[in-house]
Design a protein around this ligand. Structure first.
Ligand SMILES: C[S@@+](CC[C@H](N)C(=O)[O-])C[C@H]1O[C@@H](n2cnc3c(N)ncnc32)[C@H](O)[C@@H]1O
Length: 320
């Protein structure tokens, strides 16, 4: 137990209202030097989200309720969460079991990355101006984790059918729950596969992917909070491009003639550009923040397939 976080300690006993606990929690978080970025961006928002969750209250609770008194049972619950957030550096969404993405709520646990891809903004804009949403019938979310990208795409494009693919059975269980919660099981298929390898031959209008792309040096420098996320979701060899390069080699067989590929590579964008200096990747700007997402049209992919050393999935499997 961290000093001062004991419910018997006098500093905690002086706290009575929701507002008191949020203010006090924010001070403890700032004092402990936590990392923020898994859902909130600062100590105050993080404390508010955590306290309201502990009280089973909505995140947009009207200000007039913040003076309400907290009971002793509620106090214990809040202190336990604050304690675990600080001592174990557990990111908030793993404590609450939920994360928000493209305005939708997703279940999360430590089998999946916490949703935060800037691709959310492209989904909210229904992928305009990059592709005409009315002609997007088939979507693939490759490396789907919680399924947030593919499920949100299915919700924003109600005529589409979406395949969610991941190599991790545990992640797919979370994705399945999320598809069910959003009542999208009819249009969303779950498939376990190492990239395209176990997928039937099919052409997608839109292929979306947030694959693992964190290189070795960057991995070693990540704040403690990231150690709770699956290694499989983050780590991708020395330059961060191991999975992305394989994806680029195999994707031409799966993209429809006027289709679009959208891939997040984060900070590995630099290595990608060094590796493929002549490829006309398009890098959209994001109003809501974030970067490191490229677009590539099916036409460009076909033209430059030789640069990715394009191999069909069958050839790739034989090669291994
Ligand atoms: C960065 S996480 C992205 C999760 C989710 N799309 C999101 O944005 O929150 C990458 C995901 O890729 C999966 N993955 C890693 N290697 C894979 C592979 N070879 N084939 C399929 N999925 C893979 C991991 O299990 C993890 O769920």
């Amino acid at each position: 137990m961290i000093v001062g976080l004991n419910s018997q300690s006098s500093s905690v006993h002086s706290l009575t209202s929701i507002e008191d606990f949020i203010r006090w929690g924010a001070s403890r978080f700032a004092e402990a030097g936590l990392f923020f970025g898994h859902g909130t961006e600062n100590a105050l928002d993080e404390a508010a989200a955590l306290v309201l969750h502990a009280l089973h209250l909505p995140p947009d609770l009207p200000a007039s309720w913040f003076n309400s008194r907290v009971t002793s049972v509620e106090r214990e619950r809040i202190l336990d969460l604050i304690q675990r957030r600080i001592a174990l550096r557990i990111p908030l969404p793993y404590l609450t079991g939920e994360a928000w993405f493209a305005g939708m709520r997703f279940h999360v646990n430590e089998a999946v990355l916490i949703p935060r891809s800037p691709i959310a903004e492209l989904i909210e804009n229904r992928f305009t101006p990059w592709i005409d949403p009315t002609r997007v019938a088939r979507i693939l979310d490759l490396c789907c984790g919680s399924g947030c990208i593919g499920i949100a795409a299915a919700a924003y494009l109600p005529e589409s059918r979406v395949d969610l693919v991941d190599i991790s059975a545990d992640a797919l269980q979370v994705a399945r729950n999320n598809a069910k919660t959003h009542r999208l099981q009819e249009r969303v298929e779950i498939r376990q596969s190492d990239l395209f390898e176990a997928l039937p031959a099919e052409k997608y209008d839109l292929i979306l992917s947030n694959p693992p792309y964190v290189g070795a040096r960057e991995m070693a420098a990540l704040p403690a909070e990231y150690r709770h996320e699956p290694d499989l979701a983050l780590r991708a060899n020395d330059d961060g491009l191991e999975v992305v390069k394989r994806l680029l080699r195999q994707v031409p067989d799966f993209l429809a003639p006027r289709g679009l590929l959208i891939v997040e590579v984060g900070n590995s964008a630099e290595s990608l550009l060094e590796h493929y200096p002549d490829i006309p990747f398009v890098w959209p700007e994001f109003e809501q923040g974030g970067e490191g997402v490229f677009l590539l049209s099916a036409e460009d992919l076909a033209e430059y397939a030789h640069r990715f050393n394009h191999r069909t999935v069958r050839e790739s499997v034989d090669k291994q």
